[in-house]
Write a protein that binds this ligand. Structure first.
Ligand SMILES: O=C(O)CCC(=O)C(=O)O
Ligand SMILES: [Fe+2]
Length: 321
């Protein structure tokens, strides 16, 4: 039987609708999903993993050449969290954190010179993740019956009159790279890799080295993320939960450690610029009295401050907006 062109088109349309619905459901019910067919070549993911793993294998002095200094506001660089957290558990991880995109704002002095492929592999990965972020934001816009460009436009438009520049000017979303390195832990029951939190980003993209440890909160229980080789894990973060007025869920999650194997994860946080974008529930989604706004408007930076303040006020391991 020969397929008529119109039935091909219908098939494609149906498939696209199925993808939109699958992504919408995962983002609404879980706030997390595994994405296959993401367009990032295996070779690029393999080089990223090798480069990051190579960095953490360097002697401590070589890593400390990139040390951060959170006390003086220098958040980018290499850091260690082998300290006791508010809930009395030990956070058992080292990490490397730096801006990944846009490339012209990145401080390349903080990108490790060893292994030599670090800069190129990480940059290549960043370009692919940036494209994937745009694709997902358009699918998630369609999932709320909005035009495909809606969410990305909202995350890149200067609405803040207090911030200089053309109010209509297109801004860039930022991608921040964090590599988490969780050493083998002799007493994993006394420690946690990363304590329970939601990400402040719009979306976070996670690769890992295949060792289980990421857990997400769903229906009042912790669920361990499966290892699905070749896929990338995507979290909905707070910024998207706010824009979607809670239709999409910023997922509560944590990283556990274990006795047998080192775990490494690469997380790319995709976020709006800190001051120019005002995060507020999209007006199209507000219908009085059934769907009132669930969040007060705030810049991304203000959101970070609100969250930090709540964390200080409520010293438990769980931070929820
Ligand atoms: O290690 C992981 O899989 C998650 C780490 C994480 O949640 C984070 O760095 O924000
Ligand atoms: Fe996280």
């Amino acid at each position: 039987m020969t397929c008529l062109p119109s039935s091909n088109k219908e098939k494609k349309k149906r498939e696209e609708e199925e993808v939109v619905e699958a992504v919408r459901r995962a983002a609404a019910e879980w706030g997390v999903m595994h994405i296959a067919g993401h367009g990032i070549p295996d070779e690029v993911m393999g080089r990223l993993r090798a480069a990051g793993t190579g960095f953490f294998a360097l002697p401590i002095e070589a890593k400390e050449a990139y040390a951060n200094d959170p006390g003086s506001g220098q958040l980018q660089g290499y850091g260690s969290r082998l300290a006791t957290n508010a809930s009395g558990q030990r956070e058992w991880e080292d990490y490397l954190f730096h801006l990944l995109q846009p490339d012209h704002l990145a401080d390349h002095k903080l990108w490790p010179a060893h292994p030599p492929d670090y800069v190129d592999a990480t940059r290549q990965f960043g370009r692919h993740v940036r494209d994937l972020a745009s694709t997902l934001l358009s699918i998630l816009s369609l999932g709320m019956d909005l035009p495909p460009s809606k969410l990305e436009d909202e995350l890149t438009t200067n609405h803040n009159k207090k911030v200089k520049g053309d109010p209509e000017e297109e801004l860039n979303m930022l991608l921040q790279m964090k590599i988490n390195y969780y050493p083998v832990c002799p007493q994993p029951e006394l420690a946690v890799g990363v304590e329970a939190h939601t990400d402040v980003s719009a979306l976070s993209f996670i690769l890992h080295n295949g060792v289980p440890g990421l857990q997400v909160r769903h229906a009042d229980r912790w669920v361990t993320a499966r290892s699905e080789p070749g896929t990338i894990i995507v979290h909905v973060g707070d910024a998207l939960e706010i824009l979607s007025n809670g239709r999409y869920t910023s997922v509560l999650h944590r990283g556990l450690v274990n006795r047998e194997a080192v775990r490494v994860s690469w997380v790319v946080f995709c976020e709006p610029p800190p001051d120019a974008v005002i995060l507020r529930p999209l007006p199209e989604l507000i219908v009085h009295p059934h769907h009132p706004p669930r969040f007060t408007p705030r810049t991304f930076k203000e959101h970070l401050d609100i969250k930090l303040f709540k964390k200080k006020q409520q010293p438990s391991s769980v931070i929820i907006d």
